[in-house]
Design a protein around this ligand. Structure first.
Ligand SMILES: *Cc1c(COP(=O)(O)O)cnc(C)c1O
Length: 384
């Protein structure tokens, strides 16, 4: 079956007791056991919950995996992966990763004497040089955040595997509609389900997906032992969101492409970063790696300074000034002062996150309305 059919039917078969076409939300924290020392399918809500299980079944299927775990947030999912490592071991991550992942790696994980190196994932030679005999995990993200850099996932995965390094891919931006990293050889796919999977800015959640049962069992052990599971109501919201994932992501991509083209033709704009533009350095790769669209995230640099970018981000009406992404409503933000404020300023500049950079999460509003909104906000801030 095709993606959008599976999104609707896998993990949501009708309720056997009542015939309800939408399965019930199971709220029980504990389950009666068949006998002392005997265990049924479920015993305690942290270890397993039927509503969470259904969601996990759907996510695993859509990512082309065999197993999924749902977490209380994307960061909880990322943290779980990091807990596979022991002190003295080493993580390599792409330079263009989510700000919260950067903070987790540099301010929390490193307390356990786990070393972290950021490397370009566009330059395979530099990537290979960053590997040490202690490297256990490579963390990839494509498109990157907030520069929308495109990483050749298959090539990086192959390189890491030659060094016996586990590869996890944060697939939040691309979603399984556009890219399925497990099919490209990745060991683990991570999601901030808060974003496109939920799609409506009303739930915080995360997920890990694997093909390998032994790896899944290790992750499940950490999750059950540390406890950052997703609750049943949030699991239900994510299951509902997934049913329209493909339709939403296709439309987000179409609208973002339209806005990127208009911004690229605008003399007040210095540079547009969108993989769907032929001028983007990763365009050809993205065409191969992304399936029929380039996603709903787009960044651009204004001609002007920090203040003009700040004023533009504060002057839109439809685009709301907020971090996060991936929902029906469009959002705008200035990475230097918002999503990437936790970066050391020198590191931020070094990674190309300039003061005039603006990041858009393109929602599902009409493309002309969105353009008119951006146009008036830029007009208030940039002289031409
Ligand atoms: C939001 C986000 C995260 C973190 O997820 P939370 O659900 O906010 O904990 C990780 N990676 C990417 C790419 C994100 O956008």
């Amino acid at each position: 079956m095709k993606f959008r059919t599976r999104a609707i039917h896998v993990g949501s078969d009708r309720d056997a007791a009542t015939g309800a076409v939408v399965p019930p939300i199971h709220v029980a924290s504990t389950y009666v056991q068949p006998g002392a020392g005997e265990w049924g399918e479920f015993d305690y809500g942290r270890s397993g919950n039927p509503t969470r299980s259904r969601l996990q079944e759907t996510i695993a299927d859509l990512e082309g995996g065999n197993h999924a775990l749902a977490f209380a947030s994307g960061m909880a999912a990322t943290h779980c992966v990091s807990m596979l490592l022991n002190s003295g071991e080493h993580i390599v991550a792409g330079a263009d990763i989510y700000g919260g992942t950067y903070r987790l790696l540099h301010k929390i994980i490193d307390r356990s004497q786990i070393r972290v190196t950021l490397s370009s994932t566009q330059d395979l030679e530099q990537l290979e040089q960053s590997f040490t005999p202690q490297t256990r995990l490579l963390w990839l993200e494509s498109p990157g955040n907030p520069l929308l850099s495109i990483t050749d996932l298959a090539a990086c995965i192959e390189l890491a595997h030659r060094h016996n390094i586990l590869v996890a891919v944060d697939n939040t931006f691309a979603t399984p509609v556009l890219t399925r990293p497990l099919e490209l050889g990745a060991d683990i796919v991570m999601h901030s389900a808060t974003k496109y999977l939920g799609g409506h800015s009303d739930v915080i959640g995360g997920a890990l997906v694997t093909r390998d049962k032994a790896l899944h069992d290790r992750l499940y052990f950490v999750q059950n032992a540390t406890g950052a599971v997703l609750g049943p109501f949030d699991s239900f919201l994510l299951s509902r969101g997934l049913k329209t994932l493909e339709l939403r992501v296709r439309e987000h991509s179409r609208t973002a492409q339209g806005l990127a083209e208009r911004l690229a033709a605008d003399p007040r704009v210095a540079r547009v970063l969108y993989p769907g533009l032929p001028t983007h350095p990763g365009h050809e790769l993205a065409k191969r790696q992304m399936d029929g669209g380039f996603g709903g995230m787009l960044s651009f640099e204004l001609k002007g300074d920090y203040q003009s970018a700040k004023r533009t981000a504060e002057s839109t009406h439809l685009f709301q000034l907020a971090v996060s992404l991936g929902a029906v409503e469009s959002l705008i933000e200035q990475p230097a002062s918002m999503s990437h404020a936790s970066y050391d300023p020198a590191a931020r500049q070094a990674h190309g996150i300039t003061d005039t950079l603006i990041r858009l999460s393109v929602g599902l509003e009409d493309v002309d309305d969105l353009w008119n909104d951006l146009d008036q906000a830029i007009g208030k801030s940039v002289e031409c």
